[in-house]
Design a protein around this ligand. Structure first.
Ligand code: HEC
Length: 299
């Protein structure tokens, strides 16, 4: 079936995922707690047998999980170019979660209708399985939005500051980019030191050694762009998380014609200005990106 992703109605439907997804996560967790609680109670006292503890919660969870899976599927298709990787995992975990929660509900209904101990055990088993699965699905989904390790990032960063950078990232082979080898040797490219950088007319490729992708360009993209332009979250169908994808956004040697350069030079008030909804890049950084694009030799 072909989903009309371009329709605004379809896009709004997909975005409902952000609202709906919270229901199954909370409801299944609470249902699992109720199941555990009823198991404990039955061991201690002679509590009356409950065949499907928390069934009504699981009922709402089943509907919302199915809705979360369908809206999520559409959301991913409409807004993300790359539905492999973590996003693909999240998609299929979502489908599996929805199937499991619906199955739990069916087992639970059966158990309480016909007072079947077997169906009740099945219900309990599925609920206890579904809770961690739904939780994990949500965890992977959260990683897509906020980046992996989002929750613990402040701790990880604090740790990194304490033990200062031991490993310098390996420099990328530069020959393919048209840089000279000696580029590595120069510790501080002159372009980075001066406050005013004049490169308005990149008619000719700027001589080799000016700007290095890994050392100069990538850190800027990493800080300001990659949160929205990476595998699994390629907003505007643009990825800026590695050289291969960045090269797809440039016209070698022609910054003025490069998709990468255009939106970073727009005034901040322009709705197309990048980074989106954030202050524009400092002039030096824009100059570095420009200079890098200008330095690329045409293929
Ligand atoms: C907060 C999220 C966010 C950040 C940060 C961000 N972008 Fe974007 N970017 C978007 C979105 C969303 C779109 C799609 C806009 C659209 O289609 O209207 C987009 C689109 C683009 C496009 C394609 C424009 C086009 O006309 O097709 C480029 C190029 C781009 N961004 C570059 C960058 C660069 C470079 C940075 C960092 C300096 C950056 N973005 C930072 C969200 C972001």
């Amino acid at each position: 079936m072909q989903i009309p992703y371009d329709s605004p109605w379809v896009q709004v439907f997909g975005r409902l995922h952000i609202v709906v997804l919270h229901f199954p996560i909370a409801l299944v967790a609470v249902a699992a707690l109720l199941v555990l609680w009823s198991m404990i109670r039955r061991q201690n006292e002679d509590a009356p047998r409950q065949f499907s503890p928390g069934l009504w919660l699981v009922g709402i969870a089943a509907v919302s999980a199915a809705l979360a899976a369908v809206t999520g599927w559409v959301f991913a298709g409409a807004e993300y170019a790359d539905t492999k990787g973590s996003l693909g995992l999240h998609r299929w975990l979502g489908v599996a979660s929805a199937v499991l929660v619906v199955a739990a509900y069916v087992a639970g209904i059966t158990a309480s209708k016909v007072s079947s101990t077997r169906a009740s055990r099945l219900y309990i088993a599925i609920v206890l399985l579904a809770a961690p699965l739904v939780g994990f699905t949500g965890h992977v989904g959260g990683g897509l939005v906020h980046g992996k390790d989002f929750v613990f990032q402040p701790l990880l960063q604090a740790q990194r500051v304490e033990e200062p950078a031991k490993q310098q990232p390996p420099t990328q082979p530069l020959d393919q980019l048209g840089f000279e080898e000696e580029a590595d040797v120069i510790p501080e490219p002159p372009l980075l030191t001066g406050p005013s950088v004049e490169i308005e007319e990149p008619a000719e490729p700027i001589p080799a050694m000016t700007v290095l992708f890994e050392d100069d360009v990538m850190p800027i993209l990493q800080d300001s762009c990659v949160s929205c332009h990476r595998e699994g979250k390629s907003r505007g169908r643009v990825r800026l998380d590695d050289l291969e994808h960045v090269l797809q956004t440039v016209e070698r040697g022609k910054p003025d014609e490069s998709l990468l350069v255009y939106p970073i030079e727009l005034p901040e008030s322009d709705p197309d200005s990048m980074p989106l909804d954030r202050p524009s890049l400092p002039d030096e950084q824009i100059a570095i990106i420009r200079a890098w694009v200008a330095s690329l030799e045409a293929e």
